[in-house]
Design a protein around this ligand. Sequence first.
Ligand SMILES: *[C@@H]1O[C@H](CO)[C@@H](O)[C@H](O)[C@H]1NC(C)=O
Ligand SMILES: *[C@@H]1O[C@H](CO)[C@@H](O)[C@H](O)[C@H]1NC(C)=O
Ligand SMILES: *[C@@H]1O[C@H](CO)[C@@H](O)[C@H](O)[C@H]1NC(C)=O
Ligand SMILES: *[C@@H]1O[C@H](CO)[C@@H](O)[C@H](O)[C@H]1NC(C)=O
Ligand SMILES: *[C@@H]1O[C@H](CO)[C@@H](O)[C@H](O)[C@H]1NC(C)=O
Ligand SMILES: *[C@@H]1O[C@H](CO)[C@@H](O)[C@H](O)[C@H]1NC(C)=O
Ligand SMILES: *[C@@H]1O[C@H](CO)[C@@H](O)[C@H](O)[C@H]1NC(C)=O
Ligand SMILES: *[C@@H]1O[C@H](CO)[C@@H](O)[C@H](O)[C@H]1NC(C)=O
Length: 500
Amino acid sequence: MENRAMWLTFFFTFLISISTAAHSSGKKQIEALSRIYKEKLEGNSRIDTSHFNATHHHILREKFINSQKGLKEKDLIERLPGQPQVKFRQYGGYVTVNKTAGRAFYYYFVEAQRSEKTLPLLLWLNGGPGCSSLAYGAMQELGPFRVHSDGKTLYKNKFSWNHAANVLFLESPAGVGFSYSNTTSDFKSSGDERTAIDNYVFLLNWFDRFPEYKNRDFYISGESYAGHYVPQLAHTIFIHNKKAKTNSINLKGIIIGNAVINDETDVKGMYAYFASHALISDATSDQIMKYCDFSPNATTQTDKCNEAASEADDNVNDIDIYNIYGPLCHNPNITQNPKKTTSALNMDPCSDNYVYAYLNRPEVQEALHANVTHLPYDWKPCSEVLQKWHDSPATIIPLLKEFIANGLRVWIFSGDTDGRIPVTSTKYSIEQMKIPSKSSWYPWYLGGEVGGYAQVYEGNLTFATVRGAGHQVPSFQPARALSLIMHFLAATDLPNSSRK
Ligand SMILES: *[C@@H]1O[C@H](CO)[C@@H](O)[C@H](O)[C@H]1NC(C)=O
Ligand SMILES: *[C@@H]1O[C@H](CO)[C@@H](O)[C@H](O)[C@H]1NC(C)=O
Ligand SMILES: *[C@@H]1O[C@H](CO)[C@@H](O)[C@H](O)[C@H]1NC(C)=O
Ligand SMILES: *[C@@H]1O[C@H](CO)[C@@H](O)[C@H](O)[C@H]1NC(C)=O
Ligand SMILES: *[C@@H]1O[C@H](CO)[C@@H](O)[C@H](O)[C@H]1NC(C)=O
Ligand SMILES: *[C@@H]1O[C@H](CO)[C@@H](O)[C@H](O)[C@H]1NC(C)=O
Ligand SMILES: *[C@@H]1O[C@H](CO)[C@@H](O)[C@H](O)[C@H]1NC(C)=O
Ligand SMILES: *[C@@H]1O[C@H](CO)[C@@H](O)[C@H](O)[C@H]1NC(C)=O
């Protein structure tokens, strides 16, 4: 037991030290993820890792829908401080997801740049657990704006996904970003299951607030730990649609990137990636593969495993593990004027700090209709109020298989310079699913360049890499990410020729 704890300490502290060295604005997505892995893999973990199954949930519409009359109009955002002119509508506000506890989720919604009446609705979730979809998804990845280094003005992201869909960003669970609970004990009992239920109740209410989207094609997307949230929410919708014998939510597909899918292959693939990308030696890697037990039931690790894991830890300590060739943030301070080099094509590693400064401005919160209850803590990119995580299955493969068996579109993508949940992890996890493939592995193209590689499987499953992208794919390769989401939404294969 002690050996295991030691190994895990080595294994996880390196991730934490990197992110705190590089960022001052609070916890990072990556840090939150390593915390949960650490807890889960501890022999005496109190985290329930059994399979997720919503069959026993009975979420009755009548009981969970509150009156939404007039709320949509109130949520319309006139204009965000420092925002350039745009033609699409934006909304932001709260949806109560649990009246007794006083839990309310904050959402930010951007309608499509054109054809908003016909384009699909796409929900985006970030991971953590505990990280905000406003911090990452909306403000650093696929949203229409990015925050300048002055922390107070915005510029356009011309590769925003609202060129392809109406995009809904949700801060979830309660305790993340502006989403809150009036019952503070909720912060000690959060977990995958409650998150899925609250997300589902959010959607039921949101569709009542925005009835014109009720029958629209609906897709769920996300990255990292949202590899849990996205399938769990989709499964909850699927089960409740089946019970009600009607597609009350018109779910068509899911897409997850650099996603936590299967703990065993995720961790094993991480070390395989470190070795194949010359971050650790082959000797260290061989020792890890030989002596570490990655199975979800492992309770102890050998000294040889601990020793090699600690060596790996030292080797990768000073690089940005979720974008292994990228620069670090050396000066987290916001600047008087926007930096001259600013461009959506050139991800600034200090962006977290600009977003932190921006979203904590009282006039920004007012424009967003956020923080209406005057929360007693700052808005943070990753929650510092969530304290314990109750449940997190060791694998979500059974859910993915259920979708595939039922014809739901499933795309899994991977930025190939992420070392945290790298492409090797995702490849191993997909192999584990044992789905026959329909195409061979092929390069896909955008603008005469290879955008990445793809493989199409039976049952509407597609795996696609995005070349040169780190953990947050749309941050690092915005054009390729937009092309990816367009093909996903259109259900067309990524082009196998540069002439298309
Ligand atoms: C509301 O949340 C609490 C936990 O804070 C939970 O015990 C209760 O079942 C939830 N209520 C409903 C109606 O889901
Ligand atoms: C939480 O408490 C505040 C202050 O009492 C109240 O205004 C708010 O409506 C409550 N939130 C929910 C979701 O019940
Ligand atoms: C882990 O243990 C559970 C029951 O405790 C068992 O069902 C499962 O097959 C085991 N998994 C592995 C990989 O040994
Ligand atoms: C950031 O700002 C603080 C406080 O104004 C200052 O002390 C520090 O030197 C600045 N850091 C850098 C790297 O400029
Ligand atoms: C909410 O507003 C209060 C001031 O009323 C501020 O101190 C706090 O940092 C804000 N919290 C969040 C999460 O925005
Ligand atoms: C959930 O449980 C039901 C009933 O036990 C079972 O039929 C179904 O296959 C399970 N679904 C998944 C995805 O495990
Ligand atoms: C794949 O999706 C299409 C709709 O886009 C559907 O018609 C077809 O049945 C699905 N295929 C499988 C094998 O589920
Ligand atoms: C390329 O894709 C098209 C359809 O998208 C397909 O018909 C063709 O067979 C593919 N070519 C190769 C060489 O895989």
